[in-house]
Design a protein around this ligand. Sequence first.
Ligand code: CTP
Length: 229
Amino acid sequence: MRRHPLRLLITAGPTREPIDPVRFLSNYSTGVLGHTLVAEAQRRGHAVLFITGPTGSPPPRGVKTVAVETALQMQAALERAFPAVDAVIMAAAVADFRPARAAAQKIKRSGVAGGLKLWRLELVENPDLVAGLATRRTRQVIMGFALETSRALANARAKLRTKQLDAIVLTQMRGPRAPFGDTTVDGAIVKSSGAVQPFRRLAKPALARRILDTVERLVAQRGKTSSAA
Ligand code: CTP
C-alpha cells in the first residue's frame, strides 16, 4: 500500500518535576513504546517530531528530537509544534502534579518539620497537555493513552470523551509495575466512534503498527470530511 507521508508529533517518557536541585517527582515510564512508535513511523516514511522526557534510551537517529524534563517544558514544546502537524500521539506519562515550589537549595533533613519527622510536600496540578491541544485543534488527529489499574475500559472511554480525543490506547496493569518496560501489553484501542479493538499480550512493535494504522486511517477520514465540507 502506498502511504501518504504524514507529519507526526510523538511524545514519550515520564516528566520530572523538581523538588530541589537533587530530587524530583516522576513515574516508572520507560519511553519504550514511544521509541517503538518513532521507529515504525520512520519505516513508513512519516516525518516525526519526537518530544521526550528523560528515558534511558538514546535519542532516535534521523528524527528531530526535543528533550524536556518537566510537564510545563513538554507543554511549551508541544504548543510550538502542534499547528504544523497532522497528528499527535501522546504516549508520554506526564506527571499530573508538581511541587508548588522547587527549592533553590537541597532540602536538608534537619530542616524538615521541626523534629516531627513529617515532611508535607505541597503539590499543584499540572495542565492536561493533550486536552489543551484538543481544544485548539484545527484538523489534527489526536491520540492519547490511558494506563489503568481498574475499570479499565470505562476509564479509558471517559478519558477519550473528557479530553476530546479521536482515539485512546488503553494499556492495563498486569503486575505491580507492568506494563512499564514490559515487552508485551494488554489493552485496547478505542475510537471516538465507539469502535473497540482489544489486544492481549501484544508485543510493542505490533502495537505500534496497530496504532499507526489507526492514526493513518483517522487522518485519511478527516481529510475526506474536510475536503467534502
Ligand atoms: N496527559 C497529558 N497531560 C497530563 C496528564 C496526562 O497530556 N497532565 C495525557 C497522557 O499523555 C495520556 C493521557 O493524557 O495520553 C492519559 O493519561 P493518564 O495518566 O492515563 O490520565 P490522567 O488524565 O492523568 O488521569 P488519571 O491520572 O486520573 O488516571
